[in-house]
Design a protein around this ligand. Structure first.
Ligand SMILES: Nc1ncnc2c1ncn2[C@@H]1O[C@H](COP(=O)(O)OP(=O)(O)O)[C@@H](O)[C@H]1O
Ligand SMILES: [Mg+2]
Length: 265
């Protein structure tokens, strides 16, 4: 049963219909574990947050439940001009917090790297630099405002295309927040995004991200060297520890030629 629902920028009739269809099991479940359920229906995603342990209960009272935290994380990014999927409904489902968000059509960056950059063509290499620069820029913007993403793996960054123009979207924003331990949390984000180094990603590529990142975050040149050292040291440790292959799907659509014809604003 749905309770405490609130609709945001969605026709209420359409929203009621979405909820009814969920109750009739008409949504396609993508993932379900102890912590959450993720399902899709047409251009909507629903996420039901399932954890109900004592820590979560206390957190819920103090900083809001997971759906509220998710919405807040999303809004933080939007306030500074970065993209996050629009949330259209939130509330409770069987007393568990949930959100419904709009689908961001596109591909996750993990799949893009996996599919096109393992053995890139010349054209692919050129385009890859454009993507790395945009990753560095957006992350720099985020960190300049002292906002950190809670789980910045490449699969949580979506590449969206509209009329040939690309933009990056950050999803999974439940733990996106204003950093408390700023330096540590920023390092952590950089390491998370650099974990894509497991495939098709060179040291030069890392420096391309750093270079755009510095341009847009306001880290002074003395701090840069230290930051680089700290990131690469932690990254090295994590890459050694982790032998699992990249969690990416091999994309065939978009074909490389089409993808490489798209550019960021
Ligand atoms: N709003 C959305 N638009 C498009 N794809 C999405 C959206 N939300 C989730 N996805 C897809 O579902 C996957 C898992 O969603 P995510 O919110 O990252 O859950 P998890 O907590 O399991 O990582 C994403 O990697 C992405 O491919
Ligand atoms: Mg995710």
């Amino acid at each position: 049963m749905f309770t405490k629902t609130e609709f945001i920028d969605i026709d209420p009739v359409a929203a009621e219909e979405l909820l009814a269809l969920f109750l009739q099991d008409q949504w396609h479940v993508i993932k379900e574990d102890d912590s959450k359920l993720l399902a899709v229906y047409e251009q909507y995603y629903i996420k039901v947050f399932k954890k109900t342990n004592i820590v979560e209960k206390i957190k819920g009272k103090v900083v809001g439940n997971r759906s509220q935290r998710f919405s807040r994380g999303n809004s933080l990014l939007k306030e500074i001009g970065l993209n996050a999927p629009p949330i259209v409904v939130h509330g409770n489902f069987n007393n568990l917090p949930f959100i419904i968000m709009k689908e961001v059509p596109g591909w996750n960056v993990s799949d893009i790297i996996h599919s096109y950059f393992v053995q890139p063509s010349r054209e692919g290499l050129r385009w890859k630099r454009v993507l790395l620069r945009e990753l560095g820029r957006t992350l720099g913007e985020m960190h300049r405002h002292d906002i950190v993403h809670g789980d910045l793996r490449a699969s949580n960054v979506l590449l969206h295309e509209d009329a040939g123009k690309l933009s990056l979207y950050f999803i999974d924003n439940e733990r996106t927040r204003v950093a408390k331990r700023k330096y540590r949390e920023k390092i952590r984000n950089l390491v998370q995004i650099f974990m894509m180094s497991r495939r098709g990603f060179s040291l030069t590529d890392q420096f391309r991200i750093f270079s755009a990142y510095y341009e847009f975050s306001n880290i002074d040149s003395k701090a840069r060297k230290i930051m680089e050292r700290d990131v690469l040291k932690t990254l090295d440790k994590r890459l050694r520890r982790r032998t699992k292959s990249l969690d990416g799907t091999l994309l065939t659509d978009p074909p490389a030629e089409r993808l490489f014809s798209y550019y960021f604003e």
